[in-house]
Design a protein around this ligand. Structure first.
Ligand SMILES: O=C(O)C(=O)[C@@H](O)CO
Ligand SMILES: [Mg+2]
Length: 261
């Protein structure tokens, strides 16, 4: 049976961030994910999780200067000290919030920059991160982002993140299979799911091409949920979609799996 986590960065935007925990729990979610915890003390977030009987299943390292087009600094040559400080800060939050996995954001690669130098920097920073998180049993994830949503990110295809995870070659490094990005770049989702079981440790969903609820568009999610059960995927599925309107109004697709009050 699939296990869904509400995404508190994209869902329940009708209420302020700290109120989204209760909203997700009331809607029947038992777990949540979000982009970044860093604007809040870890103790406050832990209390919100505990009060609402929610597990936290994923967050990201800091994104760098988003206004300047950055999306992660772990692959930027010359920014290693900042990247490692971000990794250390993510570890502090991960321990306090008892999260089983953290997405390490790579970077966007400016036009004309040496992509291989970015990849090498990323591998070195990932070795640092893998060593820091391993004693705590926390996995690290890499995520491919399609070039329309996130132009010039270090990797766009699932096959590039799979290759990068193999190149990093650490036992706690896996990929994060966001099926929305995967459909826009790679397609053939059932082969990705079947052939790479065990290499991806988290899934995210949204319709394609519009990134709304998983009940419209070109991906047949009910079929994929059955396939995930069939192959034995036992990780979380994050609902990283932009609701068409009110979040609750769009949760009909989730009704069969919602925790009953
Ligand atoms: O953009 C996505 O997709 C994500 O999962 C973000 O959390 C990180 O880019
Ligand atoms: Mg994603």
């Amino acid at each position: 049976m699939p296990k869904f986590a509400a995404n508190l960065s994209t869902q329940f935007n009708e209420v302020p961030f700290t109120e989204r925990f209760a909203a997700a729990a009331q809607a029947g979610f038992e777990a949540v994910e979000f982009l970044f915890p860093y604007d809040y003390p870890a103790a406050q977030l832990k209390q919100l999780l505990d009060e609402n009987n929610l597990k936290l299943v994923l967050f990201n390292t800091a994104p760098g200067n988003v206004a300047a087009g950055e999306w992660g600094v772990s692959a930027i040559p010359g920014r290693e000290a900042e990247a490692r400080a971000d990794i250390d800060r993510a570890l502090e939050y991960a321990l306090a919030l008892e999260v089983p996995q953290v997405h390490i954001m790579a970077a966007t690669v400016p036009a004309g920059a040496d992509r291989e130098a970015y990849a090498e920097t990323f591998v070195r920073n990932m070795h640092y991160a893998a060593e820091r998180f391993a004693p705590h049993g926390i996995n690290l994830l890499l995520e491919a982002l399609n070039p329309v949503t996130k132009p010039r990110y270090l990797y766009a295809s699932q096959y590039q993140t799979l290759e990068m995870a193999a190149r990093i070659d650490r036992p706690n490094v896996f990929t994060q299979l966001d099926l929305f990005h995967a459909q826009l770049v790679d397609g053939n989702l059932s082969a990705l799911i079947r052939e790479n079981l065990g290499r991806y440790r988290h899934i995210q969903i949204a319709s394609a091409p519009d990134r709304h609820e998983p009940d419209e568009g070109e991906i047949n999610y009910p079929w994929l949920f059955n396939l995930l059960d069939e192959v034995g995927y036992d990780g979380w599925i994050g609902c990283e979609y932009m609701p068409r309107g009110n979040t609750l109004d769009g949760l009909g697709w989730f009704a069969p799996w919602a925790k009953k009050a």
